[in-house]
Design a protein around this ligand. Structure first.
Ligand code: HEM
Length: 527
């Protein structure tokens, strides 16, 4: 008898019991995890259920989350709920419901989730967008809004006029007067960066080599990378916050970098003020003047200054890039825009801010680009601060509420043939986006790209001025062409927090003889 055979009864028993034990452990773990895997159907004291939605909980949403959101809207209707980890999201895809929730019930649905990376690690509850619905948010929004209203924009329209001239001139130079293709990303981003720097810090970058471009843009890009509304698992599975991760480290580092970079820029403004220089009116100057009276601390000042670059650069530059990406595949749109410009403005001078009301087709193009390529398909989710029942559906306190812009912008009732780029749909729309958002008939609102309710983007007037001068002047100056072997993707995009096209190149050919002489009229200045 071999030793193996003698030992076998004792071996077999432990092997079987290990299997059974393992099965029991797995079953126990699964049982414990069940509540985290499947949706929890909450009801309020009167039996009202939360809106319907998918059975499974999601740890986070994949790339292109708007497609999942759109699919669920088709399946579950215009108001549905999704559990992402332990956070309940309610997704609104209908204009009437959006108005009822975000506008009519703004007192309940205007806070923000205290995101672990975005709010706690990076912005520390500041920068307006990360503040809860409280007095700090009111104070910071009031201070910053002074520099963003339509009236404020009138005060610095000459600066935007100058920067947009430099934008066109840079494209002209970079493309060697049409001889070489250009990637529009860098030029358009420097344009919007310069406008934001002028408004917030009274300064600008005077060349593409200016180190300020690299410093401010790397901060903005890192911010975009770390802060998509449904991108960080630790926001939805609380225990993950106890495990140190590379993202947490990056978040804290970004916070420190923001205080360092924007703090240094603020101190430069202060030094100029102390030296008795004539510092141009800007947010930084105002902050030093009101600092004591408003009780602002240093982080408040740094984050308030940074928000112009974080919120205003890639969003508006993204629209400029989407416009350039769309134009080559829509020659009829380009032809009509050129005709309108040639008839109304002629070729002697660039279109100006005042020309806007006389160029309805170009205005319509800009609104249509914002509809088909809104920089934020999900806006920034709002957060509820009280229980609420909407038409028999329970929306508990601490629900994140998403404005589903992708589905809203492809609503066939509102936009005929919604997947087609067709500026004609806005031809009779003479309202600014800010005024359109206030229309009593919500079905007449142009689009939802700037959000809704009390948190609606305060930078709309700035964005509209920046976009008008860029798009109308690009059309005045160039025809835009796709390269034979470099198709431009209109479906894919980059970014989790804001979306911009995947890098592409176009050929920009000057449209007429006057382009050259007009480009020479202005040169880079140093502030
Ligand atoms: C095309 C350009 C832009 C788009 C599409 C855009 C879009 C948005 C959206 C969707 C929101 C969230 C709204 C909500 O919660 O309902 C927002 C918030 C915000 N935007 Fe913009 N934005 C743009 C340009 C700007 C500019 C130029 C600035 C600054 C000058 C700016 C500053 C802000 C700020 C500070 C917030 C936070 C508001 C708050 O939480 O109270 N944005 N923006």
């Amino acid at each position: 008898m071999s030793a193996d055979i003698i030992a076998s009864p004792h071996v077999i028993f432990p092997v079987l019991s290990a299997k059974v034990t393992l099965s029991l452990v797995v079953a126990a773990v699964l049982y414990a995890l069940l509540p985290y895997l499947f949706r929890k159907n909450l009801v309020d004291k009167d039996g009202n259920p939360i809106p319907p939605g998918p059975l499974i909980r999601f740890p986070y949403l994949p790339k292109f989350p708007e497609l999942s959101l759109d699919g669920w809207a088709k399946q579950f209707g215009p108001i549905y709920s999704v559990w992402i980890g332990n956070q309940l999201y309610v997704v609104i895809s209908d204009p009437h419901i959006a108005r009822d929730i975000f506008v009519n019930n703004g007192a309940i649905f205007s806070s923000r989730k205290d995101y672990f990376i975005k709010n706690q690690a990076i912005l520390r509850g500041r920068a307006i967008t990360a503040s809860q619905y409280n007095d700090k948010w009111r104070q910071h929004r009031r201070i910053a809004t002074q520099f963003m209203t339509a009236r404020a924009v009138e005060g610095y329209v000459n600066m935007v006029d100058y920067e947009s001239h430099i934008l066109i001139r840079s494209f002209y130079q970079e493309s060697c007067h049409g001889a070489v293709p250009v990637n529009p990303q860098y030029v358009s981003v420097r344009y919007t960066l310069n406008v934001m720097l002028a408004i917030s810090l009274g300064t600008r970058t005077d060349s593409f080599n200016d180190p300020l471009i690299q410093r401010t843009l790397s901060i903005a890009l890192e911010f975009n990378d770390l802060t998509g509304p449904v991108a960080n698992m630790a926001d939805f599975i609380t225990p993950l916050q106890w495990i140190p991760t590379a993202k947490q480290v990056r978040g804290r580092k970004l916070h420190d970098e923001m205080v360092e970079v924007y703090g240094a820029l603020l101190l430069k403004v202060k030094a100029r003020m102390d030296a008795g220089e004539d510092v141009p009116d800007c947010l930084a100057k105002t902050l030093f003047e009101i600092r004591e009276q408003e009780g602002l601390d240093w982080e408040d000042m740094c984050m308030l200054t940074a928000v112009f670059t974080l919120g205003g650069v890639h969003s508006t530059a993204g629209i400029v890039q989407w416009f350039l990406a769309l134009l080559p595949s829509h020659p009829d749109v380009a032809r009509r825009a050129y005709e309108e410009l040639d008839n109304v403005v002629g070729t002697d001078q660039l279109p100006s801010a005042e020309d806007e009301c006389r160029l309805p087709y170009i205005r319509a193009i800009i609104k249509e680009v914002q509809r088909v390529h809104a920089p934020f398909w999900m806006a920034t989710p709002h957060y509820s601060t009280e229980d609420y029942v909407y038409k028999g559906l329970f929306l508990p306190k601490d629900t994140a509420v998403v404005l589903n812009c992708y589905t809203l912008h492809h609503n066939e009732e509102r936009y005929a043939d919604p997947h087609t780029f067709n500026p004609d749909r806005y031809l009779n729309d003479r309202l600014s986006c800010a005024d359109s958002a206030k229309l009593s008939n919500v079905m007449d609102r142009d689009h939802w790209a700037f959000g809704a309710g009390r948190r609606i983007c305060p930078g709309i007037a700035v964005a509209e001025c920046v976009l008008w001068l860029a798009v109308s002047r690009l059309l005045w100056s160039f025809t835009v062409h796709e390269l034979p072997n470099e198709p431009i993707s209109l479906e894919e995009y980059e970014g989790t927090s804001g979306r911009t096209p995947v890098p592409f190149r176009v050929r920009l050919i000057p449209r007429h003889d006057r382009v050259h002489s007009v480009m020479q009229l202005r040169d880079e200045i140093t502030l």
